[in-house]
Ligand binder design. Sequence first.
Ligand code: NOJ
Length: 569
Amino acid sequence: MLQWCILRTYHVLALVLCVSAREDFDWTKNEKTSFYYSTFPTGFSWGAGSSAYQTEGAWNIDGKGMSIWDAFTRKKGKIFLNDTGDTSCDGYNKFKDDISLMKDMKLNHYRFSISWPRILPSGLKSEHINEKGIKYYEDLINMLLDNKITPIVILYHWDLPQLLQEKYGGWQNVSMVNYFNDFANLCFERFGHKVKYWITFNNPWSIAVEGYETGEHAPGMKLKGTGAYKAAHHIIKAHAKVWHTYDMQWRSKQKGMVGISLTADWGEPVDITNQRDIEAAERYIEFYLGWFATPIFNGDYPQVMKDYIGRKSGQQGLGASRLPVFSPQEKSYIKGTCDFLGLGHFTTRYITPKNYPSGLGDSYFADRDLAELVDPKWPDPGSEWLYSVPWGFRRMLNFVKTQYGNPMVYVTENGVSEKMVCTDLCDDWRMQYFKDYINEMLKAVKDGVNVKGYTAWSLLDNFEWDEGFSERFGLYYVDFSNKNKPRYPKASVQFYKRIISSNGFPNQREVESWKRKAVETCASSNQLLAADPLIGHMEMVSEIVIPTVCTLCILLSAVFLMFLLRGRI
Ligand code: NOJ
């Protein structure tokens, strides 16, 4: 609570200082005039992201084992249109092309994930190491480095080996801690001389809540009120163990860093003068970001989670809280296990208190006692949950600074989607989203938040989990209906390139011309995309029809020749 008040006071103070210093830098308003023209510190790292299951395809190629997502997408009705990531963008075969795209954008880093079952098909290091899988990641990493693109590698972006789910119940079982540590250790051993930025987990909130509470994601378990807390507990322990493994066995030789990537929305009190709204918004963020960040930075779960879940568990007649407890040894083992924080951020909600009586059944959502609201005026061009609220990003970054001791931050995901029906490559709304969100990040850097890099989500349109291919986040459009999975640049590629080459937003005149120029170039890509069915048709003609006709001709000529010869004889 005290920290929250400090943050609020800080906001008011920052407002007073900023308004008196320059009128165009008013953080409370999302107006045009509040745009901040300036650049990022030298060395700021610009990148784009992907994840293995969302992009690689090749689900059963070269000895890869099955993941929980391979199994989940095979169950009818779980994914929009029953799509699967079986082939997706075919990143497994097209990574060289993708690195050319990154090079063209002059990216400084590429954030991707390693598929655990691709290198350990059964999940267990003791059983079988798939050298072909290792080779794929080696080639990818080498080629990135040859092109001066730093790899930022995620060890777990949701694709648990299916056998670990079947045998042990996945993240419900504490044995995952050691199995994950073995997998991570193998990655450090094989890739650690080249990779210097490791991220243990991507978005553990989603793994826990959507995987084990609502069941919308793999493995699809609906263990309301307990499953998410248990999964998160084991994930936090696994993260800490891997950090210690790196620290003890590899850090001195490899000189890299290990962090975790947490994704969270910002929660703004509906009425910032109302104490109950302020406390509800605090709860929202603590149940979201704080659930993982507070143990890792400060040593234990947020007090407000312990209080709320403990009280509700008591009212439900349970002998102990549904929120597991860390022992004193575990707390000190977990505290401080983060060399940098990866932050994923997309959107914001207004928050107000709402009472969920305990008789209605327990759930993570009911435990928080709050309601989420949105402003209907906020733009929402794609995914239904994703409203563009740039100012929330700056508040979120400042929250991280105040709450967790101003850690080094890499933004590991930020971006916006469009609906499937949209095949317009001139993605004006995405350019606007990037412009405004990156500008808020710039303001946060000026506020003193220690942000070192930014990752646009995502490099390519890809498999958007339970939404299948219906929501496109990519800078590059992928034509999934064409077996070659061609990539087409959206206008935002040009726009992002300008931000990168200027390292920010140098001056109004220049920045205002960027969108116009980007739209000019995307018109020709639009034409190419429109011609794609024709190209696909021509490819079919050249790959199937022409060879078939030629073979038939040869056969017919041979038969004809035989008759001719017989006639003569
Ligand atoms: C965060 C997830 O980590 C990523 O996989 C997903 O595509 C984005 N959110 C957008 O929903």
